[in-house]
Design a protein around this ligand. Structure first.
Ligand code: GDP
Length: 365
């Protein structure tokens, strides 16, 4: 599955958010009674209104959401790249994630100690990023010269790797994240991803604001949004305190509480969805009398890969995918109507799965 690592300096609200995420899950999704994989890792359901609509039209007895994992990665302090605090463990944990959810303290509270002495989310973000950049820098300063040597001996792959990682190294030396590297072709792209640089991972900034700023944000979060925009990252506003309160309430009362605060939905739902987008993921659906179910694949996945998300045998024995778009399924009131309207297609192994596709796979066993 896909994993988002929650990082940030101490005392910014990481654990509060992580606990709220896993508790929401425990309360709402009866489909996954065991949601905490490890003490610091939890799987959450990705909220998707389309699933309810499909289940209604298709007469499915239940719905099953698709999931995303969140890992609470504690232990980042200044100097982590030099092994301070839980430094090395921390960096290793980040390496194993697909995206970074970076929590920033955007609330004032004299009772909660700030490790750097004052509330300044931009400075905090830079402190964390600096550690990640230093770790990448150190690894590339060893790797790139080795690759260059091999390239000089005629190794083509090493030549491509040296080119793309050399570009990343230049960026890091200028104090910029490796994320801004532009691979020149598919091979470079592959080698760049394979290098698993920490600062190459997509980033979502979570601005943890005080309760009364939860809908509009505050001056701190405004600056974080500017920063995110300038570096191709995303940002959301959340009040961890509200989220922590919400999960203690009965599900029926939550909507009213949110409305009173001027919020359309819980911040956690926004984090989950933003994480999903950040990872470049799309959803396809399967529907039957037993269940309507959402599945996750990366953008650009072909039909056999989508089949493989359900079962490896489906991918191995893939023959065809029968599919219709979500909008057609709704407009023509289900499979029979969509078929009549000619919206039901039979697609082969080159078909690129689209977000919202309703799929049925034909395969050999
Ligand atoms: P972590 O070290 O980043 O995991 O931070 P925690 O989630 O443990 O939070 C540190 C402290 O800040 C705890 O006492 C929380 O109750 C408090 N805290 C977290 N979020 C908020 C918030 O939005 N507002 C206020 N006032 N306190 C918060």
């Amino acid at each position: 599955g896909f994993r988002c690592g929650i990082v940030g300096l101490p005392n910014v609200g990481k654990s509060t958010l992580f606990n709220a995420l896993t508790e929401t899950q425990a309360a709402q999704a009866a489909n996954y009674p065991f949601c905490t994989i490890e003490p610091n890792e939890g799987r959450v359901a990705v909220p998707d209104d389309r699933l309810d609509t499909i289940a209604k039209i298709g007469g499915s007895a239940k719905i099953i959401e698709t999931q995303l994992s969140f890992v609470d990665i504690a232990g980042l302090v200044r100097g982590a790249s030099k092994g301070e605090g839980l430094g090395n463990q921390f960096l290793a944990n980040i390496r194993e994630t697909d995206a970074i959810v970076h929590v920033l303290r955007c609330f004032e509270d004299d009772d909660i100690t700030h490790v750097e002495g004052k509330v300044d989310p931009i400075a905090d973000a830079e402190t964390v990023e600096m550690e990640l950049m230093l770790a990448d820098l150190e690894s590339l300063e060893k790797r790139v010269p080795n690759l260059a040597k091999k390239a000089a001996q005629g190794d083509k792959e090493a030549k491509a790797a040296a080119a793309v990682l050399g570009q990343a190294l230049d960026l890091l030396r200028e104090g910029k994240p490796a994320r801004l590297t532009v691979p020149r072709d598919e091979e470079e792209d592959r080698l760049f991803k394979q290098a698993q640089l920490l600062t190459a991972k997509p980033v979502l900034y979570v601005c943890n604001v005080e309760e009364d700023a939860a809908s509009e944000g505050n001056a701190f979060s405004a600056r974080v949004f500017e920063k995110a925009k300038s570096e191709n990252a995303s940002a959301v506003i959340v009040s961890a305190a509200i989220e922590a309160e919400l999960v203690t309430m009965p599900v029926e009362e939550r909507a009213e509480y949110l409305e009173a605060l001027g919020l359309a939905e819980a911040g956690l739902a926004r984090i989950i969805r933003a994480g999903y987008e950040l990872l470049g993921l799309i959803t396809f659906f399967t529907v039957g009398p037993k269940e309507a179910r959402a599945w996750t694949v990366t953008k650009g996945s072909k039909a056999p890969q989508a089949a493989g998300a359900i079962h490896t045998d489906f991918e191995k024995g893939f023959i065809r995918a029968e599919t219709m778009a979500y909008a057609d399924y709704v407009q023509f009131n289900g499979e029979a109507g969509a078929k009549e309207a000619g919206k039901w297609r039979s697609e082969g192994k080159e078909y690129v799965t689209q977000d919202g596709d309703i799929m049925l796979f034909r395969f050999n066993v």
